[in-house]
Structures are given as C-alpha cells and as structure tokens.
Ligand binder design. Structure first.
Ligand code: TYD
Length: 237
C-alpha cells in the first residue's frame, strides 16, 4: 500500500491556516485524494485533553515552566502521531495538520528559550521519524494576525494563553519561522499570507502539485512497481 503524504501548516496567530487547510482539502478531494484534517495541540483523544490544560492557561497557573509546557506539547504530539497520523498515512490517505513540530521549536524553543537540546530530544521522541513531506509557513505581520485572531473570537470568548502575549513576542516568533524556512528550504515553503484567500490557496496548490502530485506521476510512469519514492523524507532539507 502506498503511504499518504503528510503536510503541515505553520505560522503565527490569525494567519489563516484553517481556511487554507479546508481549501487544500477540497482541491485534493477533487483530484481523487482522500485526506484527513487534524490539528495540534490535539488530534487524538489524549492530545485533546492535554490541549485543554495548555491553552486554558491552567499550565501557566500551576507555574509550569516553558520547558514543562514543551514536555506537554511533546506528549500530546507523540499520542497524535501514534494514534492518528501514522495509521492514516499507512492507509494511503493524506494528512493535513494545523501546526506540528515546528510550533514547539518556535514557540517554546526560540521565543521562550527552552534549550535547543531539549527541543531536539523531545522532537525526536514525539514525531518518531514522521517528518512532514511539506510544511507551509504562512507569513503575516504579527500585528495584523493578532487583530484577525481578535476579530475571529466570538463575543465573551477569551484570548488563549498564547494570544495574550505581546506583539513583540509574536513578531519574534514570526522572524524565527522565517529563519527556520530559510534553513529547511526543501521542506518548508513560505507563503505570503497578506494576499487574498484565493491567491494564497493558489500558491499552496501549485507547490503541492509540483512537489507531491506531479513527481509521483512521473515515478509511476517510469517504474510502476517501485514504491521507494513514496517513503517520507527521513531528513531535513
Ligand atoms: P490554536 O487555538 O490552535 O490557535 P492557532 O489558530 O494559532 O493555531 O492554539 C494553538 C496555540 O498553541 C497557538 O498559540 C500556538 C501554541 N502552540 C505552541 O506553543 N507549541 C506547540 O507545539 C503547538 C502545537 C502550539
């Protein structure tokens, strides 16, 4: 059975990941590809329980350090990878995930100064070799994204623990996401999220087509029995 492809969406607050995942999911369905939409923290029963602790501010209230938070994000991710992502890919379905390992690297690692060695070890443990085939980093000025996140909230709904942080902190994360993309150009693609929804969706689709759909077609034509090209990338680009 041919493995599915794993695509992650990253970026700051209010950059429009959810909308773009839905649009990509529709395009993939039209192309005859079955895909599963999931998110982090969350995406499995265990991980959703951890999500509540992290985002409600309970972890913060308990005085949990950024390293403690990184541990919780990693625990949630390990469960999500094990019970949702890997089994779905194994069935040959594609997985579109709203945030993944890069969010921990940027939010806890770069912005909250959790030691790089701890981030590396947790990442290795949590993803268990399941590096995304492609990661879209939706890039938008932090101030614009935060305003959008604010407008999106329903009346009476509070900002989550991360949305409450300052614009400067969010802008620091944005720059860190751009550096990460620069250092991993094969896997990470920067998308200008200040464009219209349609333009962003078009940019994403072009990359998915050329990187994940068209190369496979070419491989199948050359070697119908070989499945070597279907394996997830084991290393960073
Ligand atoms: P969510 O409500 O899913 O918001 P968003 O639309 O911004 O993705 O909240 C997830 C929050 O958790 C977001 O502020 C980023 C943060 N986060 C981390 O700090 N580390 C992580 O590893 C992950 C996955 C998310």
């Amino acid at each position: 059975m041919q493995q599915g492809k794993f695509i992650t969406f990253e970026g700051g607050e209010g950059v429009g990941k959810t909308t773009q995942i839905k649009l990509l999911s529709n395009r993939l369905k039209d192309a005859g590809i079955t895909c599963h939409h999931t998110r982090e923290p969350g995406g499995s029963a265990g991980a959703e329980a951890v999500r509540h602790v992290l985002l409600s501010g309970k972890a913060e209230e308990m005085g949990l350090s950024p390293a403690g938070e990184a541990l919780l994000f990693a625990a949630a991710r390990a469960d999500h990878v094990d019970t949702t992502i890997k089994p779905t890919l194994k069935k040959g379905h594609w997985v579109l995930c709203d945030r993944f390992m890069d969010s921990t690297r940027i939010y806890q690692g770069e912005a909250d100064n959790v030691a790089p060695e701890l981030i590396d070890s947790l990442e290795k443990l949590a993803i268990d070799g399941q590096v995304p085939h492609l990661t879209f980093i939706l890039d938008l000025r932090a101030e614009v994204g935060l305003n959008r996140a604010h407008e999106r909230r329903e009346e009476g709904e509070d900002a989550d623990r991360f949305e409450r942080e300052t614009v400067a902190t969010h802008e620091k994360r944005r720059q860190a996401f751009l550096r990460l993309a620069h250092n991993n150009p094969k896997r990470c693609k920067i998308i200008d999220a200040s464009q219209s929804i349609e333009e962003i969706s078009f940019d994403i689709w072009k990359i998915v087509e050329s990187e994940l759909i068209a190369p496979n077609k070419a491989d199948e034509e050359q070697s119908p029995t070989s499945d070597a090209s279907q394996q997830p990338q084991a290393k960073e680009g």
